[in-house]
Design a protein around this ligand. Sequence first.
Ligand code: BES
Ligand code: MN
Ligand code: ZN
Length: 517
Amino acid sequence: MVETPGTVLDCPFLTDDAVSALVVAVAPPLEEEDGLQPRAGTVDAAARYGIDLAELADRSGGSSFRGAAGEVTTVDLPRTHAGAANPLPWAGLPSTIVLLGIGAGSDLELRRAGAALAGATRGLERVVSAATADATPSGVTAFVEGYLLAAYRTPRFGGLAPSRKVRGPAPDPHAAAEQLVLLGEGAEQQILAARIAASATWLVRDLSNTPSNIKDPAWFAQQATGLAGAAGLETEVLGPRELAAKGFGGLLAVGAASASPPRLVTVTYVPEDAEQHVVLVGKGITYDTGGLSIKPREAMVPMKTDMAGAAVALAVVLGAAEAGVRHQVTAVLPLAENHFGADSYRPGDVLRTYSGRTVEVANTDAEGRLVLADALGYAIAELAPDLLIDVATLTGAASIGLGRGHAALYATAPELVTGLEAAAAATGERVWHMPLVEDYTSALRSTVADLRHVPLEAGGGGSITAALFLREFTGGLPWVHLDIAGPARATSSRHEVTEGATGYGARLLLRYLTDLR
Ligand code: BES
Ligand code: MN
Ligand code: ZN
């Protein structure tokens, strides 16, 4: 009867055996109302369960509970003693009532409400929600998405740890989705969309949270091959010998000092009658020590997530296949560990990139643009893209400028910007349009090579000069660059964004590709 979220419940009521919690939406009063207002589906639920939920909301909310999105209060109803002569009036109700703030009920607010619900009902078996009974289709998607995103748990690598608290690997979002049942009209399509988006985000989080002693380029390539194979997608993996033969001078130099050599992975989704071919290039540095231009101690700590861009590209191609996006999508993942040692590339070296253009290395910690240059060159030469999109944890400058809330967005055409801004508004994964300042291209001038890879003088604008460098390898094709150094990680959980790797970018790009005409 209650199988998947979105099941339309036509039974007269659910007993407390089947349902752990009943969720009712509550909103701040509108002008003409007093007190908290029970919202969507409350009347329905009240009739179903025979309880005055409006009164309950008013009584239990407490003064701090305003019904804003993200606020949540739970009421545990006392149970009747087994031998009691008179059952309590609420016998038959779930033992927990969740009063969930939804504010004005916008998609963003419903996503936050869904996230708050996941926090409040963690571990419960069956949560029945009336909160989206009045919501629009996109509101339902946002609510379920928020719930699934916040239900994520970081994988724990517990060995023989003394604690019983050691959790297993994170459950998959499809399993998490089974806890939630929506009262109201059937919403299978909305729920499926939320599941696909959340799966993509979870994958990016899982890959990015995996420690780098496990996650070397070969391991990442294997994960990609396994996942793509299971989805029926074609994969190609180039190892160090093939990379050398084909002239991947940037990727090989960056990975030269690592005991785990580089890979280049290509995963392709081809729908019938594909409209455009979009190539997603993701920076896949499985660990970034900085190389000989070594990072300071504290700056190095989070660098296991420096492959988040590659994880996003992979998750998006898988998600695009699942969602039946109408465009051909290819993910290109240049994977390397930026380490140091006797085989290190050095500041002052001149590298020959895939495209044939030579680059003077100035700082081995600017490795991302080198592996991306090769991957972009390869994409242009081999894949005939209509649109190039790269995603990368590229510069600390982007995160200093914009903080953790926005990715720096660069694009070569206005419709690319509006498309991504629309996707950002829809998903809550925010972007900020940055300028490709032509004056700064002088920073890329080298006296010994075609290009210098970081400016000689510290003129600021580090995210911009990195973007300008990448543009040199896009062959004049329509191109989008997302510098996700800020939003790829979070220091604490907030709403649907979880601590550690956030998975930022997967939902944004999936939405962009879904809406692309
Ligand atoms: N992976 C880093 C960028 C980064 C920094 C991501 C902080 C997330 C948080 C990148 O490879 C890097 O080291 N960039 C340098 C570039 C500089 C040497 C021109 C930077 O931002 O300092
Ligand atoms: Mn670096
Ligand atoms: Zn890096």
